[in-house]
Design a protein around this ligand. Structure first.
Ligand SMILES: C[S@@+](CC[C@H](N)C(=O)[O-])C[C@H]1O[C@@H](n2cnc3c(N)ncnc32)[C@H](O)[C@@H]1O
Length: 263
């Protein structure tokens, strides 16, 4: 697995084999006005929300970096054929699951780190997605540089992650990072994240925080938080979301104008 320990996935493979989890490994996006939403429905909405921002055009080449079990790529494949798709992951076990079944569009599966997905290739992707995966990446600058290199002119990128604010309870953050590691930069803030993307050659067009709409996800995953910090990473992530100390930024990015970027 390219030397990366993603042991929180071990239980997910068994749950997946038993049909207990879908092919979305991310929080759900709930809407206040909609009654009877399940976690699965909200996870699908989270994928669709990212895809709406991505504005994929017919015939485009779409890359999903940190693609998990391929849920969002498959959603896209179901709604529009005639695309070229690439799924990127460091974990061969996830790629093996993601590639199963029928795909309408051709899919390349790349087993590599997020910073290495575009090695030796320039301007070949129309859209790059990364849903709830960047907090794992050991080389964020390399990931954004690879994305800037891969995107064609007029291309677009949508990337989301989880960040902790300065008021986050350190003991909770430690439990979350141990349980959902690797999490190399728990201290990373939004300003620095956007700065890293801009230094790599991407303009940040839009930022939104989806955290308030993710909260209901935890009702499906764990009991309410007890007063004292626990050793359960899901409970502690819930505590950080509920206290407002965790955010879930979604960034929409585009390659900087070449002349301006090199000026
Ligand atoms: C929380 S899961 C999200 C999966 C998927 N995006 C989804 O929404 O279902 C995080 C994903 O990032 C992948 N990942 C972790 N470190 C990575 C790295 N260095 N490069 C590429 N992918 C990585 C994991 O294997 C996992 O698939």
């Amino acid at each position: 697995m390219l030397g990366i320990d993603l042991s929180y996935f071990d239980g997910l493979f068994e749950a997946r084999r038993l049909g207990l989890v879908s092919d979305h490994v991310h929080l759900g996006l709930f809407a206040d006005a909609v009654q009877g939403q399940t976690l699965a429905m909200a996870q699908d909405e989270m994928s669709m929300h990212h895809l709406r921002h991505l504005e994929v055009s017919e015939g485009g080449h779409v890359v999903d970096v940190g693609c998990g079990f391929g849920g969002t790529l498959r959603r896209l494949d179901q709604q529009s054929g005639g695309l070229s798709l690439t799924g990127v992951n460091v974990d061969p076990r996830q790629i093996e699951i993601a590639r199963r079944g029928i795909w309408r569009s051709p899919v390349d599966w790349l087993l590599c780190d997020a910073a290495a997905f575009s090695n030796n290739r320039q301007r070949w992707a129309d859209a790059i997605l990364s849903l709830e995966a960047m907090f794992h990446f050991p080389d964020l600058a390399g990931f954004f540089a690879a994305s800037a290199q891969a995107l064609r002119r007029g291309g677009r990128m949508v990337a989301s992650t989880i960040l902790f604010g300065s008021g986050a309870e350190p003991a909770s953050v430690a439990v979350v990072c141990a349980g959902f590691g690797p999490w190399p930069r728990p201290d990373l803030g939004l300003t620095e994240l956007c700065g890293v993307a801009e230094s790599a050659g991407l303009d940040v067009l839009h930022v939104e925080d989806l955290a308030p709409r993710c909260l209901q996800s935890f009702d499906w995953m764990c009991p309410h938080c007890p007063e004292k910090v626990t050793d359960n990473p899901v409970t502690e992530l819930r505590r950080l979301f509920e206290s407002g100390a965790a955010s879930y930024p979604l960034l929409v990015l585009a390659p900087q104008d070449q002349e301006r970027a090199t000026a």
